[in-house]
Design a protein around this ligand. Sequence first.
Ligand code: TRP
Length: 337
Amino acid sequence: MKKTILTGIRPTGNLHLGHYFGACQNWVRLQDDYDFFLEIADVQALTDHFDQPEFVKKNVYELAIDLLSVGIDPKKTHLFIQSMVPEIAELTVFYSNLVTMARLYRNPTVKTEIAQKKALFGNDGESVTYGFVGYPVSQAADITALQGEVVPVGEDQLPLIEQCREIVRKFNHIYGVTLKEPEPILSPTPRIKGLDGNEKMGKSLGNAIYLKDDDATIAKKIMGAVTDPQKIKKDDPANPDVCMVYYYHKLLKNENLETVCQECKAGARGCVSCKKELIQKMEEFLAPYREKRAYYEAHTEEVTKVLMDSSQAARNKAQQTLQNVKQKMYIDYEKVS
Ligand code: TRP
């Protein structure tokens, strides 16, 4: 019996290289060895974007196409939409009694996000909704509904998994053993740097290279990359270790990496030609993704079918969980006890 994996992603934009190297590449590997449920967390995206529902819907499809194009295989993975499994919402309500407000406010992930909101919208707490503070509870429902045993996440998500484990323990303690305590696993490549030298690539940082970017956009982004500031002229020797172009040559596994490094150090390689070579490598790297994306864009009905079928499969499993939960909570009124 394969173990069950569950993870999720919020549909708030297209995939960029940070997602790819930090998470998706690992998911593609994991789908061979596990029963894999990959959730497009539209309900969770609405906790932040409730006033932009069209944006969330558009991104559900965009993300589905991105994920299928990086190699998520619908024959191996259930790529489902959170809101299409309403059992998750029902479980969220039941779990909400098992979590104190104080504990939610202490959750480091929530704490950081609230601080960001307050900085952005003012410090009166008016931007912090009940739904938002409660999203760890809903995430616990995601995981347990599908009986996830292993949850691949980034480090920032660990407090959410810990909170899920607490909910499971409390549920099992009060109502009798019903739910599984999930284990988190961290991605082998946690995060990648931006071309601007920032430690992280991200949409909000404005330094993301999207898998969907066209040639002209990619070229422009790479031409603007940060190189060794000590290097002024084309034939000045430079230090590749402080150069983002070299970092990306490494990331994309350029087979001439040794030459790139030697030439850079010797002043035998100008930054412009080094960037042009990287543009070439990036296009080679993106070619299989682009081919698949073109296919799915031309066959959107196939994407819809994957989402509908997978969501139904996820729902079938979540219904079993919900039935067990309700029975343990004495909310099974068809039986007179
Ligand atoms: N909170 C996760 C993120 O923002 C996404 C997510 C939703 C998730 N449901 C999940 C992750 C369940 C792991 C398990 O990245």
